[in-house]
Design a protein around this ligand. Sequence first.
Ligand code: NAD
Length: 395
Amino acid sequence: MTIAQNIIQDFRMPTVFRVGVGAFTTLVKEIEELGAKKVAIVSDKGLEKVGVVQKVLDHIKPLSIPTITYTEISGEPTFQLLKEAVLTIDAEKCDVIIGIGGGSALDVAKATAALCGKDDITSYLNGEKVVKSRAVKCILLPTTSGTGSEVTMNAIFGDEEQQVKRGIVSPVFLPDVAIIDPELTISCPARVTAASGVDAFTHAIESYIAIKATPLTKVYSEKAMKLFPSNITRAVHNGNDLDARTGMSWVSSLAGVALANAGVGAVHALAYPLGGKYHIEHGVANALLMPFVFEVIGKTCTEEMMEVASFLQLGDFKSQPSEALKAVVDYMYQLLEDLDLPTSLSELGIEEDSLPMLAEQAAKIDRLLSNTPYKLNEQKILGIYQSAFKGRVGN
Ligand SMILES: NC(=O)c1ccc[n+]([C@@H]2O[C@H](COP(=O)([O-])OP(=O)(O)OC[C@H]3O[C@@H](n4cnc5c(N)ncnc54)[C@H](O)[C@@H]3O)[C@@H](O)[C@H]2O)c1
């Protein structure tokens, strides 16, 4: 493994990072310790419907702290929705925000906590300014495994005008407390379990080969990859399997820490335009594009592909290193089939003549492309979209 010598990097995590079955019950203690006077619960419509929001309300009721709920999120959030959330919650003068949900609700919760009390929030949303401080405390509880949003410094929103998805980044997006309880993911539907689970795997593998990866971030990426194969299929096909759900909670949070500190790369860069224009779920877009992107970029990281093949128990490729990439890419394709995820862009209703526009947008996402150990230009990106449009030849 080559270690980049020119990278000096901080390593950040939430102040409290708690994982385990039953961890949810420590929420009351955390709210008390943060000295909450008024609490906002931020979640989405789906979680309200399955009773998760009520579960939080019931749990914190004995505290008798004034509480509001914000559950206007449906689908992946936009900057417009974030502005509305900040306006609503800021007006209530809450001093603790509890985000509970998948990446969508958690991103709204953490960005709202950071933006409450700020003037001119548009300048933070368009990237002119970075949020440097946060007056409102923040507790995040994921219900998918997952985006890792509870342990990252990113929050991702749809830009309706530009029809793209864009991340805003700040160290203060890390919550005060991340509580990762596998039981909260039991009700997660199979398709979301599959898509968000493969999203977590994407975080692990992309952070592992990232330009900004360090020996420390690689420990997290590696462990996430090792835990993934034995848990993902069981979690998708038997949602009540708490053992598999626990495994996936670890995959997601370990991969999230790696993503937060090493970043991700080209798979995410190509996935964002699909979310912006076609509203394809983030996890589905990543899962589908991953084999097609790795077929191209994996050629420059043979050693890492051999290591990844070993983490995934695909075999020992020391005597034939070039075969490791093929084995890893085959595994990625097979995942799509095993988890009932779409296998081509055409299947998702993407129009072939929009591929050049998608390539033009993806080629602009330098933050991610420059973190990938293979230089992808617009032409090469278009080639990847064209392959993904057709799907795997021979399938
Ligand atoms: N901040 C980050 O670091 C980061 C990283 C990756 C992705 N993201 C963002 O996260 C979002 C995607 O998040 P996601 O994949 O977790 O899905 P999601 O939050 O959009 O949720 C998908 C659906 O699943 C439902 N759901 C979630 N958990 C459930 C549960 N336990 N029981 C029943 N229903 C449940 C939700 O109600 C929703 O309808 C995207 O906007 C993506 O860009 C953020």
